[in-house]
Structure formats: structure tokens, C-alpha cells
Design a protein around this ligand. Structure first.
Ligand code: AMP
Length: 326
């Protein structure tokens, strides 16, 4: 699928001596996995090129995948190619200097809400952007090379963004491409230990989430994590955000939402759902994302409650009009 775009991407890569790979801000496993995986593929396939991953922030928990590169002067960007991965909108790009590059490529698996770049390869049905990087490699196995470091990063992106291969975005291709990654000999035990072992205090936090979570009349599970709770359990930004996952398997609850107070006056909203489309709701609250996994921002508890009420109505309507949900 999309063979000609992949050809265009490879042609551009071949033309440029300097390539900068960029991902979205506040990175997750897929953003880091896709960017570092692509970097490893390009560096080993074209050792003469200067390929760097440069961003303005990092996710400590993903440090086991290796380092990104330090910031560079404007002169590095001049005449360079920028490849921006896993980032649906310009506002979320983690390195604004991509505008100094001569050519920009977008590779993404989110709904194509905002077109940017000279080449745009967007496949909304893919489990992850990392799956697309694996697919890019598999289209040109005689011209590109895939080593263990690349495979480890890409696997991490796929396993995290697919909810460990459980989400409906997982396809036969996801598994076929993953098999190709496993064939390089990556150590799954080590990857999974890095991803899923938690500090003792996060289990204590998990217990308090179970105590505090609430459920609306029609089954929206939700939780408000204020600064006090974050301080009490010494939670990192990522730890606090993970609370949404703890609510994912409640029977009859097809929508679950975590509100996490930021250090400024804003509140991060993480919305998840089964069957019901909720990104339209996220879009009403300054956000967006996938149909069943998206994010938004609110500015008060009142606004959070308003969002829950709207989600509750959405769920009521869904349950009235559909059958077969659990
Ligand atoms: P998160 O809850 O942060 O894991 O986000 C889930 C999905 O929604 C990710 O694919 C994000 O890219 C997307 N997303 C999260 N927050 C926003 C936002 N404010 N605007 C647009 N997309 C978002």
C-alpha cells in the first residue's frame, strides 16, 4: 500500500546529506520508537549521511532505547531534510527548527487533521507510527538495513501504542512486521521489563486510584488527579497520566477519562473508549487524537465536570442505538 509515497520518501532520503528526525512533544513509546528506529535504519543504511534525532524534550522512562542528539545550530538545518514522525499537527512538533529545513516529510498514523510537509504519508488505520517505519523498511529490504537497535525501538513503539497488541488497530500487517522485528533477535524480556516494571509508590498510587475513581449514570469512569495527589505519591508526569489505564476494564463503562492537573492552571485530559468515538468530544475541548484514544485540555474542575456530562450523554446515546457492547 502507498508504494509510491514510500518511493518518494526513500528518494528524498537518498538526496539529502543531512537528515533531522523529529517527533511530537511529551513523547510516548511510539514517538520515541519511531524516531530512534528510523534514525538507526538510516544511519546503518547510509553511513555517510549525518542523521540526527533532535527534539526539545524527552521521556526519561524511554532512555533505555538510547539517546537523542543534542540541539544544533541553524546551519545544520539549512539544506537538510526533516522527517517528522507520529505528529498530527504542527503545534505538537517538538522541534520548531524544522521550518529551516529544505524539505519536510510527515509520517503519521493519526487522523490527518492538519496537512503539512512536502510529502505526507498518513495511514490512520495503522497501530502505530512505528509500524509504518517497519513497513518502510520492509518495502526496501535490499536498500535499507534493519539492525537490532532499530528493531528494539520500533517494537517498543508498536507494543506500547497497540496496548500490547490488543487494540482494534492491530492487523495482520502489525503481526507480520513485528515478526520481522523479532527475527533480528531482540530481547523481549528486557524490553518488557523496561516498559512495565513500576516503582513501589506507583502501586500505592494505583490503589488510591481505585478508591477515588467515579462512574457516571451511564458508565463513564473518571478520575481527577490534583497536584496534591501527585505530590503525595511523588508522581512523574507519565505516572500520573498512566492512571487512565487503570480504569480500562470496568464492565459497562465504555468511556474512561483521567484529568491530571498540570503545574500551570491547565488540566490534561486523557480520554479512552471502547466502540464509542470520543475524539469529536476531545476536539470540543482543545484536543484531538484517535477515535478511541485522545486527549484534550480543560482549565477548571467545572469544565472537567462539563466534559464528563457530555461524555455521559454520548455514552447514553451509544448504548440506546447500538447492541453488542459489553
Ligand atoms: P494521550 O492521552 O496523551 O496518550 O493521547 C492519546 C492520543 O491523542 C495520542 O495519539 C495523541 O497524539 C492525541 N492527543 C492527545 N492530546 C492531544 C491534543 N491536545 N490535541 C491533539 N491530539 C492529542
Amino acid at each position: 500500500m502507498n508504494k509510491s509515497i514510500k518511493h518518494d520518501i526513500l528518494d528524498s532520503v537518498k538526496k539529502y546529506e543531512k537528515i533531522v528526525i523529529i517527533r511530537h512533544k511529551k513523547p510516548d513509546g511510539d514517538a520515541v520508537g519511531a524516531s530512534l528506529g528510523l534514525k538507526e535504519i538510516l544511519r546503518s543504511s547510509f553511513p555517510e549521511k549525518d542523521v540526527r534525532v533532535i527534539n526539545s524534550d524527552r521521556a526519561e522512562s524511554l532512555d533505555f532505547l538510547g539517546d537523542e542528539d543534542p540541539s544544533a545550530d541553524d546551519s545544520f538545518y539549512s539544506g537538510a531534510l526533516a522527517v517528522i514522525v507520529d505528529t498530527s499537527t504542527v503545534e505538537r512538533i517538538s522541534n520548531p527548527k524544522y521550518t529551516l529545513c529544505e524539505r519536510v516529510i510527515k509520517i503519521d498514523h493519526h487522523a490527518d487533521s492538519e496537512a503539512y510537509g512536502d510529502i505526507s504519508w498518513v495511514e490512520g488505520h495503522r497501530s502505530s507510527c512505528s509500524e509504518m517505519i517497519a513497513d518502510l523498511y520492509s518495502a526496501f529490504p535490499s536498500e535499507l538495513s534493519l539492525g537490532r537497535d532499530a528493531a528494539r525501538a520500533i517494537y517498543t513503539g508498536i507494543v506500547t501504542d497497540s496496548g500490547r497488541f490488543r487494540f482494534s488497530s492491530v492487523s495482520g500487517d502489525t503481526h507480520r512486521l513485528t515478526a520481522m522485528l523479532l527475527d533480528t533477535g531482540i530481547d523481549l524480556d528486557v524490553i518488557h521489563a523496561n516498559l512495565y516494571m513500576r516503582e513501589f509508590h506507583t502501586f500505592k498510587f494505583q490503589a488510591s486510584v481505585y478508591k477515588k475513581m467515579q462512574i457516571s449514570e451511564n458508565g463513564v469512569a473518571y478520575l481527577y488527579i490534583d497536584r496534591e495527589m501527585q505530590d503525595e505519591f511523588s508522581l512523574s508526569y507519565e505516572d500520573a497520566g498512566n492512571a487512565v489505564i487503570y480504569m480500562e476494564s470496568i464492565k459497562n463503562s465504555l468511556i474512561w477519562i483521567a484529568f491530571i492537573e498540570n503545574r500551570d492552571s491547565s488540566v490534561r485530559v486523557r480520554l479512552r473508549s471502547r466502540f464509542v468515538t470520543v475524539n469529536t468530544l476531545a476536539e470540543k475541548y482543545r484536543g484531538g487524537g484517535h477515535a478511541c484514544a485522545c486527549g484534550a485540555t480543560v482549565y477548571s474542575r467545572d469544565e472537567a465536570e462539563k466534559l464528563v456530562k457530555e461524555a455521559d450523554l454520548l455514552l447514553k446515546k451509544y448504548k440506546e442505538e447500538n447492541e453488542g457492547w459489553l
